[in-house]
Design a protein around this ligand. Structure first.
Ligand code: GLN
Length: 558
């Protein structure tokens, strides 16, 4: 199974007690500790659900779907394949922390594993044998892990985050697979990091370690002894809690790491470094000790601190009940706020209930910019269109992302062109003015999974536009995830009233961005610039949007 990668070290991250306690940020921060020392890394995330990829999941349940630059053809057997570019949102965190683009094959799901095994059985890959979880499913898991290791250039360290919580039925085969992996590579080449929640009970003024003890015992029952325990808590772990966890969970005290709530998540690698975790990992994995270079990262962290000029950015949309639904957008705004030395306060406007113009105007009186969010379907759409119309009339800086850009254009068609009932055919298939319609290549497609126009594409920017001056370039690459697009014959007619095309795709057929000529800042894009934004390298479009919001605020207040 192994061909190369003989020297690669492994870090396996499991979760205990609760999900959603920041295992992704912890994994990304562990990766950073190796990068500080000049070691190359790659990260796998295992999602034990049965979906092939998260593309069809509701963002309210699982958070946003992250889109990679590259697309991958997952081919469980010769004549069967799926295109994957939509992966778990933790990969956004990995890219932002490590600065390295991920490949979709780094997100392994139970759906992919079982499909390979079951279709393989029909092809005769296991002739004569009973196909079982152990060894066939676990072999498939290990072979997928080795595929990621052996992709050139082979990383010094591979980190594997196992989604969910130890004890979940569906994660069992993965825990068994990493137990086998540890046997095969040797315990000195693999480190098990367990991330747990240590609740603080205010009435007794005490940290409670029992849930951690139980989850570690569950792990031990599966043949896995954690080497390091990362304790999520609302505050710095007390000495006595640390000692107790060390004793009961069978790890030395210096390997019980405190991970309290922090306001700037990018600080976590530095907190780990301060507790000596980098050196502990290096020693455990028998890597040569290098002194860590943390200065440039510390500078980035610093850029997020101490700004008090607040900008209020409205985000009208339907997935406002879970902020992770727009994780990359929130983060891109944070990166841009660090760059512009402002503090961004997001004002979620739930547009299913709050949709009429009067109520929206009321909501938007203290707003410095409107970011119209990506999305699908009918719910909340009228409110989003109304919010975009208000941004046009009141000259509020506007950035429309994907669906937001499409609906912003619908707003222009209705309120400026006076095309009554103009719409996207995604919502109104019978509109008289279908300014947004299906991409031609989508007409014959019925399956919903992995079938959108996906991944990184070249974007040609029209010279002389505001967008061109923002990028300072005529050709950029951005990430896409859509089925519908702006229809040129309508957009061309909008020109006389000031809406112009600012970018096309490579072929010149798909409109990739529009903007208003006589507006201080009004841009709608078909792509998702947020996926390319990084701390210390904020996306220029988000930076320009916040600068326009600053200017608008200054005028509003004078
Ligand atoms: N629903 C729109 C489309 O499919 C926009 C998608 C999005 O916002 N990602 O084209």
């Amino acid at each position: 199974m192994r061909s190369s990668g003989e020297n690669t070290r492994f870090v396996i991250v499991t979760g205990g007690v609760l999900s959603g306690i920041g295992k992704g940020v912890t994994t990304a921060s562990l990766a950073k500790l190796f990068q500080f020392r000049g070691y190359s890394i790659r990260i796998i995330k295992i999602d034990p659900y049965l979906n092939i990829d998260p593309g069809t999941l509701n963002p309210i349940e699982h958070g946003e779907v992250f889109v990679t630059d590259q697309t991958w053809t997952f081919q469980p057997v010769n004549d069967f394949s799926f295109r994957i570019s939509e992966i778990d949102l933790d990969f956004g965190t990995y890219e932002r922390f490590t600065g390295i683009d991920v490949h979709p094959s780094q997100n392994i799901t139970s759906g992919q594993i079982y499909t390979s095994v079951i279709l393989g059985e029909r092809k005769g890959s296991f002739l004569g044998r009973t196909v079982q979880i152990i060894p066939h499913v676990t072999d498939q898991i290990k072979s997928r892990i080795w595929d990621v290791v052996n992709k050139q250039p082979i990383p010094d360290v591979l980190l594997v985050e196992i989604g969910g919580t130890v004890g979940d039925i569906e994660a069992m085969p993965f825990l068994e697979a990493v137990r086998q992996l540890a046997r095969e590579v040797g315990r000195d080449r693999i480190a098990f990091v367990h991330v747990t929640l240590v609740p603080y009970i205010h009435s007794v003024g005490e940290f409670k370690t029992k849930p951690t003890q139980h989850s570690v015992r569950t792990l031990q029952g599966l043949g896995l002894q954690p080497d390091i325990i990362v304790c999520r808590a609302e505050a710095e772990l007390s000495r006595s809690a640390r000692d107790k966890i060390a004793l009961f969970c069978n790890v030395p005290e210096e390997r019980v790491i405190s991970n309290p709530d922090i306001s700037i998540i990018y600080k976590l690698p530095l907190n780990f470094e301060k507790q000596g975790l980098g050196d502990v990992l290096i020693k455990h994995l028998h890597l040569e000790p290098h002194s860590p270079e943390t200065e440039s990262w510390a500078k980035i962290v610093e850029s997020f601190q101490g700004h008090n000029k607040t900008l209020v950015i409205a985000m009208p949309g339907k997935y406002t009940s879970l902020s992770d639904s727009y994780k990359s957008i929130n983060d891109a705004l944070a990166h841009a706020s660090a760059e512009t030395k402002t503090k961004v306060q997001i004002k979620w406007i739930e547009t299913e209930q709050n949709c009429d113009t009067e109520c929206l105007i009321d909501y938007m009186t203290d707003v410095d910019g409107v970011l119209l969010t990506p999305g699908f379907g009918e719910r909340g759409v009228e409110g989003m269109i109304n919010a975009a119309s208000i941004s046009i009339e009141q000259r509020i800086p506007f950035l429309g992302i994907c669906y937001g850009g499409q609906l912003g254009t619908v707003a222009f068609a209705r309120s400026v062109m006076h095309w009554e009932g103009a719409h996207s055919t995604e919502v109104d298939p019978h509109t008289l003015y279908p300014v947004v319609d299906l991409l031609d290549e989508q007409r014959a497609i019925e399956d919903k999974g992995g079938t959108m126009r996906l991944g990184g594409q070249e974007v040609k920017i029209v010279e002389g536009t505001r967008l061109h001056s923002i990028y300072g370039s005529s050709l950029v690459r951005e990430r896409f995830r859509h089925r519908y697009h702006l229809i040129a014959r309508y957009i061309d007619r909008m020109k006389e009233k000031g809406l112009i095309i600012s970018a096309y795709d490579e072929s010149g057929h798909i409109i990739n961005a529009v903007e208003l000529e006589k507006h201080p800042f009004w841009i709608g894009v078909q792509y998702h610039p947020e996926f390319n934004s990084r701390p210390g390298q904020a996306h220029p479009l988000y930076v320009a949007f916040l600068r326009a919001a600053m200017e608008y605020k200054r005028m509003r207040e004078n």
